[in-house]
Ligand binder design. Sequence first.
Ligand code: ATP
Ligand code: MG
Length: 258
Amino acid sequence: MNGPPLLVVDRLCKRFGGVSAVADMDLTVPAGETLAIIGPNGAGKTTFYNLLSGRMKPSSGRITLRGRDITGLPPHRISRLGVSRSFQINNIFTEMTVRQNVEVAVTAKQGQSRRWANRASANRVVQQEAQSLLQQLGIAHLGAQPAGTISYGDKRLVEIAVVLATRPELVLLDEPTAGMTPEETARIIAMVRALAKTGRYTFLVTEHDMRVVFDVADRILVMHHGRELALGPPEAIRSNPDVRQAYLGDEETELVPA
Ligand SMILES: Nc1ncnc2c1ncn2[C@@H]1O[C@H](COP(=O)(O)OP(=O)(O)OP(=O)(O)O)[C@@H](O)[C@H]1O
Ligand SMILES: [Mg+2]
């Protein structure tokens, strides 16, 4: 596709007192890519998302989305421009049904566009769109269940449906498989791959599970102490000596999937 890349990050920094959580990050992400971001605990992955989504203002540097400078814009403006994120911690309304959670998110997006002449047709569109998202994520059968009563893995899928309800171009997933069973993890992998294949989304995915990373990523960015340690296709990252060394110090993380 012509025109500027979807996301360009230019010398981005975020300091907390003496800690550089994100330091001099440069990154260009073309539309349609699935980029996994890995790195040990405290490497700066979530902080990077907080900067991209506007939840935190950078100390310095620049973020552009399709050539437009979005640095320091508030989260709702960035969201309106097509960036949507999930949280490391589950973030849905437990007392509402699964369907209502997604409908609320679709309605919020529709309210922004104000192109609906009457309420009845607007409601129908919301219901159809919510239903289609539930189907895409394989949770349509749970639509009528209160969201608080479904399994943890299903809750995370609802959360992703809520993220996609805003029709984002750039989707930031923060550890989408954390705390999941192997079966639930496999479902998330399949889902991300299927969504990526549609070409409608560009994904940034932070993840500690290396099977997920190597299964879904077009490229992998390795962060270490807030900086880029390596960036490249999965095969190159797997055999990168710097990456191996950084991970050997972190016994909890296995670089090579079992
Ligand atoms: N709000 C904050 N105030 C102060 N320091 C912070 C804040 N948020 C993050 N940090 C620090 O910034 C560094 C990066 O943290 P961050 O949460 O971005 O790492 P991460 O890569 O997401 O880690 P994890 O894999 O554990 O989720 C850490 O040293 C952390 O303590
Ligand atoms: Mg994190």
